[in-house]
Design a protein around this ligand. Structure first.
Ligand code: CAA
Length: 241
């Protein structure tokens, strides 16, 4: 019986690459998405991976969404907390809404998704939680006080939960991607991207979503059973945590 993997934000960007890589590695995969029906349905048609719509910033929506996934595919063994948004603004211009949306999705979303799955993983004695944080949670980033705070919080969450899960066969790890060539990064003003960001990346290019996805496949595997509470940086040498 193949294991079941659930990827939040799993139909676009890094999440889509993760969903596809996990399917290729033999998992039964469900991809959650929040908003873009057209892209999600196209992704489903292209890959054969079922898509499920709910907003990870709502605990109740997560409980209901997870119940649907488990009814269709069986208990979730691997959770990839990938869904994330940006609302970039210099702090003096940042609104409480921009702060709240990012914290609720990028940090509280991890609680909302992990908590309903945790007891089942404990009971079955196996689980993999893989949290997609960010280089900007490690080093901070101007224009991202909200995002950097949430992504740093994801790392604290990872380390605390790793200690609770260890004796129950559950590993909890984080990946910190650097700047990856997705829509999220391409939304950064071109001048900032070309003149300020790419020159800071020693390998001289944006990362590929698949370069993050391969880290996820490794952390999900039995080979990674002794790795928990750790952070893998995939950032082209831009920052050494
Ligand atoms: N690195 C270095 N310098 C940056 C920067 C960055 N990432 N972002 C902005 N700056 C600099 C600008 O070049 C500018 O400098 P100058 O005045 O010397 O030209 C200064 O900061 C102010 O920037 P703007 O003129 O653009 O100010 P603004 O108020 O119009 O916009 C902003 C501010 C919304 C933060 C905009 O600059 C921006 O979107 N910057 C990118 C922020 C960023 O890196 N976001 C990451 C998105 S990708 C992601 O989050 C995925 C991940 O995990 C890595």
């Amino acid at each position: 019986m193949s294991r079941v993997a659930l990827v939040t934000g799993g139909s676009r960007g890094i999440g889509a690459a993760i969903s596809v890589a996990l399917k290729a590695a033999g998992y039964k995969v469900a991809a959650n998405y929040a908003g873009n029906d057209e892209k999600a349905l196209a992704f489903k048609q292209e890959t054969g991976i079922p898509v499920y719509k709910w907003d990870v910033s709502s605990y109740q929506a997560c409980v209901e969404g997870i119940a649907k996934v488990e009814a269709d595919l069986g208990p979730v063994d691997i959770l990839v907390n990938n869904a994330g948004i940006t609302r970039d603004a210099m702090f003096h211009k940042m609104t409480p809404e921009q702060w709240g949306e990012v914290i609720n999705t990028n940090l509280t979303g991890l609680f909302n998704m992990t908590h309903p799955l945790w007891s089942g993983m404990r009971d079955r004695g196996f689980g993999r939680i893989i949290n997609i944080s960010s280089i900007n949670g490690q080093k901070g980033q101007m224009g991202q006080a909200n995002y950097s705070a949430a992504k740093a919080g994801d790392l604290g969450f990872t380390k605390a939960l790793a200690q609770e899960g260890a004796a129950k066969g559950i590993t909890v790890n984080a990946i910190c991607p650097g700047y990856i060539g997705t829509e999220m990064v391409r939304a950064v003003p071109e001048k900032v991207l070309n003149e300020r960001i790419i020159p800071q990346i020693p390998v001289g290019r944006l990362g590929e979503p698949e370069e993050v996805a391969r880290c996820v496949v490794f952390l999900a595997s039995d080979d990674a059973g002794f790795i928990t509470g750790s952070t893998i940086s995939a950032n082209g040498g831009q920052y050494f945590a």
